[in-house]
Write a protein that binds this ligand. Sequence first.
Ligand SMILES: Cc1ncc(C[n+]2csc(CCOP(=O)(O)OP(=O)(O)O)c2C)c(N)n1
Ligand SMILES: [Mg+2]
Length: 367
Amino acid sequence: MKKTSVSSSKKSASANKALLIKKTKTTEKAKAPAKINFGGLSKELLLTMHSHMVKSRVLEERLIKIYRAGESFFWIGGPGEEAWGVPLGMLAKKGQGPEYDYLHLHYRCSPTLIAMGLDMTDSIRLMMNRATDPNTGGRNFSNHFVIPQWNIAPVTSPLEVQYPIACGTAHVQKRTGKKAITIVTGGDAGTAEGDFASSLILASRKGQELPMLITVQNNKWGISTCYDGQHGETFIADRARAFNIKSQVINGNDPVEVYLTLKEDMEYIRKTGKPAFVEAMVSRLYGHSSASGANPIQNEVDPVKEFEMKLLKAGLLKESEAKEIWATFEAEGVRATETARAEGVPTPESIWEHTYVGSENADWRKF
Ligand SMILES: Cc1ncc(C[n+]2csc(CCOP(=O)(O)OP(=O)(O)O)c2C)c(N)n1
Ligand SMILES: [Mg+2]
């Protein structure tokens, strides 16, 4: 009897212990970080990428709010290209002159510039056409940057002209021989322009190859024209392959894949002096521009949310930390808007500035 009782109390004690272990295991299991492959990138680098991506998204959504409030005429920008643009900006060798990388970007380049250190206020000054806009003195559209100190060539409204222009800076860099490269970005539809084909020829001539990272962000749309009806080739990257250019298609919504690809390609270009081509499949989260409504598009992958979810699941980021990151950038965006709002617009006479060196004879009425 005693034996039984001892054994039964032992049994219940061990059952309790088992229950406890099971409970702890279940709680631990719920909290246990998921094993996610981040390609060997450090936690610090992953969190920096995330922070830039959030900042860029918050900035773009602020620009859209400014447009909706009637405080600007037009919006076009980069929400949906954060996973592509941020690693690109982080990897570029920033500085002025041919010993640093040149960037010939297009109008969805805000993530790249945020990663390079762009101040939100300067983007908003451009959006609100303020005279204080350091890019154009308040004379151009949103996201049409030009930052000579960082080798950011002027973003052009005519599509694709940046590609052959980029061959020019790459040519100078080839002569300088300092392992600096030229980077060019653009959309899928624009590759129908002859300028794009010309750049592939100029970049790849045997013995005269150019140190260029040629890229296309394929969001499958050119305003309202879809990719499938417009392209005979399966991938745009296939066209680069025909010129013997190292070429690949990647998931531009995954910042880890983008970072690793670009790092490898940039090292290849710096080492060999030859071009490389990347086609990145990306999202277009708010449609083409304010001309098409700038409303969220539901069936597109949101690269910022996807990456944030992965970091949370892997235990590299806490829910509360993520909330704070978003809130901090929101507050920064509000302050930046208030600053820009209080500043003046360009004077009529300033239209003649920067037309010719020293503005001499710039006003045709004085000829
Ligand atoms: C030479 C030229 N042709 C047409 C236009 C009008 N336009 C502006 S954006 C755009 C669509 C571009 O699509 P894509 O190159 O895929 O870039 P995305 O806007 O999708 O990033 C067009 C046709 C232009 N700006 N320049
Ligand atoms: Mg497109």
